[in-house]
Design a protein around this ligand. Structure first.
Ligand code: M6R
Length: 369
């Protein structure tokens, strides 16, 4: 079943280009625009929405964090992202005009299910983004968009994460299309960028040997920090989560701008720090800021592992290890920059002698609150 791979996780990492392509399949019309009638939410209903709230847990929550940037940018609707386990305990403001998006690979996560039930009681419309056909969460939602990533067996989520982000991009863009905040040509251009992603993920996968070697070299580290800004921030959180759950190593993700507000005190000689660098094109302010963050931690002795786009030369002097990813529009970059972090955690765990597919204390789906 593992198709010759040592672990399901490796197989599922390798399946990502196909999985991403499958999430897009059948959802792009001949006119290059999106057709998501399958969601069972009418255009009128979507036009009534005045706020989006995403609820999810773990890796799915990180996908939700990425979604927020895209949804707000494309639709100009306010979008909140909340851990499903926190949502219903804070008297959240949701009503008939709120679109709640519940993201779950398994479709059985109890906290996410309880959050969506709560949201529906308040009159909100709930859209599930799910990988498992007919699971409880899509069954109890008003609408569903399946990710079609295929079964994910490894406890650590990989292809589900990439495809959840794609599904969120589709929903965000579709909202923009229906509500008229994005026009035909803009939508077509993002759709083309989305369609280019499977090949880009493939390219990343072809260049992973140095990442594996690096992970083996760092297998005795006691702590790894991950830094990112903008959509790179959830990627940093995801990289840290993978390392915790698989390699049982202390790992933390930070918004790079928060460094000076505390975390920089953690930096010691030789500490590996992974930095997810945003595209130098588009939002170059962000890029320049993160380059100074890399300098700051390096000046304090950190061993910097820099994930940057092909052609980004500004980072070269400050990178002890440079991991290249293909050029990508800013908002879509997490789809490529997450992949090296998955490979890194997987290799680190196996170098430390742990069962990558069955990490201790964890279950594939958490069906208790
Ligand atoms: O099935 P779900 O997407 O609802 O699961 C949510 C989390 O439990 C899950 O993403 C978890 O964080 C993964 N083990 C992370 O790799």
């Amino acid at each position: 079943e593992k198709d010759g791979y040592d672990y399901f996780m490796l197989k599922e990492i390798a399946e990502q280009p196909k999985a991403v392509a499958n999430t897009l399949l059948g959802r792009i019309g001949k006119d290059g625009l999106l057709s998501l009638d399958e969601m069972r939410l009418s255009d009128d209903e979507l036009r009534e929405v005045d706020k989006v709230v995403v609820v999810a847990c773990g890796t799915a929550y990180h996908a939700g964090m990425v979604a927020k940037y895209a949804i707000e940018h494309w639709t100009r609707l306010p979008c909140e992202v909340e851990l499903a386990s926190e949502f219903r305990y804070r008297d959240p403001v949701v009503d008939r005009q709120t679109l709640v998006i519940a993201i779950s690979q398994s479709g059985e996560t109890m906290d996410t299910l309880m959050a969506l039930r709560y949201a529906r009681e308040q009159g909100a419309r709930v859209l599930a983004i799910c990988n498992t056909n007919g699971a409880t969460i899509p069954r109890e939602s008003d609408a569903v968009l399946y990710t079609h990533a295929g079964p994910e067996v490894a406890v650590a989520s990989t292809k589900a994460f990439l495809t959840q982000m794609i599904a969120c991009f589709l929903v965000g863009l579709y909202l923009g299309q229906v509500r008229g905040t994005k026009w035909g040509d803009e939508i077509r251009s993002v759709v083309r960028d989305l369609s280019d992603l499977p090949a880009k993920v493939d390219l990343v996968l072809e260049t992973m040997e140095p990442v594996r070697e690096l992970a083996r070299n760092l297998a005795s580290a006691t702590s790894v920090l991950f830094l990112g800004r903008h959509v790179g921030y959830p990627v940093a959180l995801e990289g840290a989560l993978k390392l915790k759950e698989l390699a049982y190593m202390h790992a933390e993700g930070f918004a790079a701008g928060e460094l000076k507000h505390g975390p920089i005190a953690l930096v010691e000689e030789g500490m590996p720090i992974v930095v997810v660098v945003p595209s130098p094109r588009g939002r170059s302010v962000l890029h320049d800021k993160i380059v100074s963050n890399i300098q700051e931690v390096r000046a304090r002795g950190a061993r910097t592992i820099v994930i940057a786009e092909e052609g980004d030369d500004d980072v070269v002097p400050y990178a002890d290890h440079l991991i290249r990813v293909p050029e990508c529009p800013v908002l879509l970059q997490p789809v490529v920059s997450t992949v090296p972090l998955q490979v890194f955690a997987c290799e680190m765990a196996s170098a430390r002698g742990f069962d990558v597919d069955q990490p201790r204390n964890l279950a594939k789906s958490v069906t208790v609150e």
